[in-house]
Ligand binder design. Sequence first.
Ligand SMILES: NC(=O)c1ccc[n+]([C@@H]2O[C@H](COP(=O)([O-])OP(=O)(O)OC[C@H]3O[C@@H](n4cnc5c(N)ncnc54)[C@H](O)[C@@H]3O)[C@@H](O)[C@H]2O)c1
Length: 337
Amino acid sequence: MAKYLITGTAGFIGFHLANLILEQGNEVVGLDSINDYYDVNLKFARLAQAGINRDDVSWSRFAQSTKFEGYRFFRKDIEDKDQINRLFREEMFDFVIHLAAQAGVRYSIDHPGAYICSNVVGTFNILEACRNYPVKFLVYASSSSVYGNNEKVPFSESDNVDNPVSLYAATKKTNELMASAYRNLYRIPSTGLRFFTVYGPWGRPDMAIYKFTKAILSNKPLPVFAEGKLLRDFTYIDDIVGGIKAILEQQKTTQPPALMNIGNHSPVTVNDLISELENCLGRKAVIEHLPMQQGDVKATFADISLINSYCGFTPQTDLKTGLRKFCDWYLDYHAIR
Ligand SMILES: NC(=O)c1ccc[n+]([C@@H]2O[C@H](COP(=O)([O-])OP(=O)(O)OC[C@H]3O[C@@H](n4cnc5c(N)ncnc54)[C@H](O)[C@@H]3O)[C@@H](O)[C@H]2O)c1
């Protein structure tokens, strides 16, 4: 049994990962500021699924899970360096999985400051705390968006990523450089994971699959950019958290690469995505065509040979199966059936 800090556990990926790590019998401290970038009720509902009662969530003390004995949650902002250092000093974590961030490409066009605060300053504070109170291993979230509009596909970790097309991507690339400096200077072992468009139950309302489902079910027009020809490597949440689990297992014997893609290696167009969703929901979509948006990239496509050779990662869930699971969850969560 090991002791983990997972940041961003009210968020989509952090919620799923915390459940998996807890089910293995580990101790987890979950941390999240529960910001209102999207509906906080969804964040509290995720926490409730893991036994963290909304009324117990506080900025000044831990909330104890009623479902997992080993789970405590603290509402904290990673921008608060003193609080983060204090948490590390008092808890002495074995592993840190840093997922808290201001996510979303489009929001970064109008709200650049949020990305500098949470992603650059926040990640700096996590790295500093790992330096002050050493941990066995740090895993942190990067993003496929670092590849920008690179023409060569699939995207490989050795590709040049010096041309971000959004500040979000620039902050994720910054995180990779910061972690690299901390590894070289202070021997803090870490790996950054470049996630490729993650989806599934309890997913994010700001992402296409959630938005499209909502629009189809309410007969509202779906905003579709660039004629629906953008390609995305949609990756199912269970494959993502299973991959992180495999990395944590493998790092006990072999030092992981500094950066790894984690994606489905099977991109589809947005038009194909909409067809699959129409099948799942038994309804036709009303499409509103819009030009490509600033910050968007034309394609994402993960080369997963590095993570595959490191820990055997192979995605198990095709889009059809994953979308069915997402739609089932969506209909239940919104009490539509
Ligand atoms: N979901 C994807 O497709 C995807 C793709 C690429 C990268 N990522 C990265 O993976 C990570 C997790 O993404 P997600 O989809 O779960 O996003 P999410 O927004 O659901 O979760 C992130 C959580 O971090 C919290 N947070 C933000 N700023 C904070 C701060 N300053 N202090 C404490 N908590 C803070 C938010 O409240 C949120 O609950 C993020 O780093 C994101 O950038 C996600």
